[in-house]
Design a protein around this ligand. Structure first.
Ligand SMILES: Nc1ncnc2c1ncn2[C@@H]1O[C@H](COP(=O)(O)OP(=O)(O)O)[C@@H](O)[C@H]1O
Ligand SMILES: [Mg+2]
Length: 167
């Protein structure tokens, strides 16, 4: 995979196989601390869940992430618990209240949100935003990791360096 650092501190990564997206997630997962908050943005099939699976591997969770078809929230136990939210099926901002996101945020956990539009203003503005785009071929994806908060800046630099050295 290729990695590049933008002047605003974002990391741009191009993957050419699902395994590479998962590997990037795993590299990120190994560096995440409890309290980390991630928002994943991108169309269906752009790789958000696969990336999340990689994160669960990197964090050594007991179970791997699946596409949460019915449940809005999945919790994976491990050294640092992971909440994986897929809010695709939320119909209104009011429904988000029932999820008690503030309580989740108060735990020593990592929170990963797919389709997080309605959760945006409830959860902390200190977060790592990840944007997924399809590329030229069927197997190409571009991931942009944008730090919103000091705590994610070094981490992104490390991921860019890793992408450069190893592949
Ligand atoms: N480079 C790539 N990175 C991630 N997924 C890829 C890539 N190339 C092809 N794919 C395929 O795209 C799909 C991504 O699915 P998924 O992670 O569930 O997407 P989302 O959660 O964004 O809807 C999988 O079927 C995967 O095999
Ligand atoms: Mg998904």
């Amino acid at each position: 995979m290729k990695g590049e650092l933008l002047p605003d501190g974002s990391g741009v990564f191009v993957t050419e196989h699902p395994k590479e997206t998962e590997e990037l997630g795993a590299r990120l997962g190994r560096r995440l601390h409890s309290g980390a908050l991630l928002f994943l943005w991108g169309d269906l099939g752009s790789g958000k869940t696969l990336f999340t699976q990689g994160i669960t591997v990197g964090l050594q969770a007991e179970d791997q992430a699946t596409s949460p078809t019915f449940a809005l929230v999945h919790k994976y136990e491990g050294p640092i618990p992971i909440y994986h939210l897929d809010l695709y099926r939320l119909n209104s901002p009011a429904e988000v209240q029932a999820l008690a996101l503030e309580e989740m945020e108060a735990e020593a956990a990592v929170i990963i949100v797919e389709w997080g539009e309605y959760a945006q203003n409830i959860l902390s503005p200190h977060r790592l935003e990840v944007f997924f785009q399809r590329g030229a071929g069927d197997f190409e994806r571009t991931l942009i990791l944008k730090p919103q908060g000091e705590e994610y800046i070094d981490l992104i630099k490390e991921l860019v360096n890793d992408a450069g050295f190893r592949d």
